[in-house]
Design a protein around this ligand. Structure first.
Ligand code: NIG
Ligand code: FE
Length: 413
């Protein structure tokens, strides 16, 4: 697919090189005003300001007067392969039950696992495909997908196979993460060590052998898996060549960040409850903090202290956490808005955290995350809007006119 956009009001996030952006550097969002962008064979071939417009190119041209072009959002943390929904738990929470109370009554993750185990692979694909189509239409052009609602070998593999099929069908970067340690399945009630051993000896080798996962994850939290469990699983993952991306500090700070850093985790995700020491530990490490603000919105829990993380000269990525329990929404535009409104990020910081830094958090920075020659033409073309700050400002509204994946329009193909 070859295309030439011209008269682009602002071409956003233009970079000649990749860089994980930390601290002050997150404040800078490089742009070209009044720009053109040339897409060749599904990739970004060239771009510039209109005074260097390559008029002679004899290809389809699109007038982007009044519109912005951004790289698509990168969503580095989702659970979008799941079966059914949990709106009755949502109603229970409105009536006063907490997320933890619902889980301890057999709801929560175990509720989703029951539904998933009873769903065929075809049906699971259909349900998940709708969610992927929906997030693409909202501007997501690369996504990480976790297992973790199977909780037995067969069902975990079913989830990862569905993620793989979505990747093949939709041709956007997808990373798959094995999250066997998401909750303790009923068959292993009061036998947590046996379940961990089962993950390490049975599930993981099978998944690794079939190349069904890129990463390993653990829900490191009181009442789920503790720090020792997490270390065991991260190390087992490492033996199979899987880096870890872990759920930590969602409700309690129990030492998971230290363990993640010591095991060279690629990312630590959630971080709603952070101590000063947790922030200190992340300094001078390669582990990327990932905040999930729509989970905070939905569960009414604290927002990740993102301002403090950035002020401590750390990198920050943002992701949706799309899942049936804590975030039944994968809209990255809302994430960018929430980051600005609730976490006091500037629009530049929020956009950097949802594009370039997010690409690093799932190791796709060579493919997506910026307008850079040679990267995939995964692009957002906005409606006529005054500036990129208008996107988070006008929260909850849709300002996307078209989304391109490898140069192909997705909304009006
Ligand atoms: O990231 N916290 C752990 N896992 C998911 C939610 C799981 C669920 O409630 O289904 C999360 O929020
Ligand atoms: Fe999650």
């Amino acid at each position: 697919m070859n295309l030439l956009f011209y008269n682009i009001q602002t071409l956003v996030q233009v970079r000649s090189e990749n860089e994980l952006l930390k601290g002050e550097d997150m404040k800078i969002l490089p742009c070209i005003e009044n720009a053109w962008l040339y897409i060749k064979d599904g990739k970004i071939e060239d771009f510039g300001s209109m005074d260097t417009y390559p008029q002679h190119l004899n290809i389809e041209k699109i007038d982007a007067q009044g519109k912005l072009i951004l790289p698509t959002w990168v969503d580095s943390h989702t659970h979008l392969v799941y079966a059914g929904n949990r709106e009755s738990e949502f109603v229970d929470r409105i009536k006063g039950l907490s997320y933890e109370e619902i889980a301890s009554r057999g709801g929560g993750i175990l509720n989703s696992a029951k539904k998933l185990q009873a769903t065929s692979e075809e049906e699971l694909f259909d349900q998940s495909e709708k969610r992927l189509q929906e997030i693409i239409a909202m501007g997501t052009g690369a996504v990480e997908i976790k297992s973790g609602y199977g909780l037995n070998t067969e069902a975990e593999i079913k989830m990862l196979r569905v993620a793989k099929k979505l990747e093949e069908k939709y041709q956007l970067p997808v990373k798959k993460t094995f999250l066997g340690a998401h909750a303790l399945p009923p068959e292993f009630k009061n036998k947590k060590s046996a379940y961990i051993q089962h993950i390490i000896d049975e599930m993981l080798p099978e998944i690794a052998k079939n190349k069904l996962a890129d990463y390993i994850d653990i829900f490191c939290e009181k009442g789920y898996f503790d720090v020792q469990d997490s270390i065991q699983i991260m190390q087992a993952g490492k033996r199979h060549g899987l880096k870890s991306k872990i759920h930590v500090n969602q409700f309690n700070s129990i030492g998971g960040i230290q363990a993640a850093v010591e095991n060279n985790a690629l990312s630590v995700d959630h971080l709603e409850v952070m101590t000063k020491q947790d922030i200190e530990i992340l300094k001078n490490t390669s582990t990327i903090p990932v905040a999930l603000p729509s989970c905070s919105l939905f569960l009414s829990i604290p927002y990740t202290p993102a301002r403090e993380l950035i002020n401590a000269n750390l990198a920050l990525a943002l992701a949706s956490d799309y899942n049936p329990g804590s975030t039944p929404n994968g809209n990255m535009n809302l994430i960018v808005s929430l980051a600005c409104i609730k976490m006091k990020l500037t629009p530049e910081e929020a956009i950097n955290a949802s594009t370039m830094n997010a690409a690093y958090a799932m190791e796709v920075e060579n493919q997506v995350g910026s307008i850079t020659k040679g990267k995939l033409a995964n692009l957002i073309l906005t409606e006529n809007i005054p500036s990129y700050s208008f996107l988070p400002y006008s929260f909850g509204n849709n300002h996307i006119k078209e989304v391109y994946i490898q140069g192909k329009p997705q909304i009006n193909p």
